[in-house]
Design a protein around this ligand. Structure first.
Ligand SMILES: [Ca+2]
Length: 145
């Protein structure tokens, strides 16, 4: 049985992967601390990668959480939500090198603009050029209702 907190909504699908590549699938992001990780390999070009996840059956949410490991040095990854009012993604956090797996919470005070047809699109965007030996590991991603 999957132990998902009652007020969490986990991702339904990986809908976009620009550059880079990944090993695993969306189910690796659905359970915290289960040993299953979505492993992302950076491209050697620009961007390093841009991964988008879609969440379905969302009415509203007040934040998002993720647990991930990124340990390649000086690069950074931007955490985005697609804004349906403006048609572009909003950056909510930037993560850099992490010491082991880090659990992060982002408070999202006004979620309506991120929801369309009950769906939300969440992105991990390595904007600058990547290095093919670098990896980003995601254990868990969820919206907090
Ligand atoms: Ca997991």
């Amino acid at each position: 049985m999957k132990m998902i907190p009652e007020n969490h909504t986990v991702a339904n699908e990986i809908i976009l992967m620009v550059a880079g590549s990944f090993t695993g699938d969306v189910t690796d992001t659905q359970v915290l601390n289960d040993g299953n990780l979505l492993e992302i390999q950076e491209s050697g070009g620009t961007p390093g990668f841009d991964l988008h996840l879609r969440f379905d059956n969302v009415i509203r949410f007040k934040g998002l959480v993720f647990k991930a490991l990124y340990n390649p040095g000086t690069h950074h990854i931007e955490i985005h939500l697609f804004n349906y009012d403006t048609g572009v993604s909003d950056e909510w956090m930037t993560i850099q090198q992490t010491e082991g797996m880090n659990y992060r919470f982002i408070d999202i005070p006004d979620s309506e603009k991120y929801i369309k047809n009950s769906s939300v699109v969440f992105g991990f965007d390595h904007v600058p050029g990547g290095i093919a030996s670098h990896r980003f590991f995601i254990d868990y991603v969820a919206l907090v209702r």
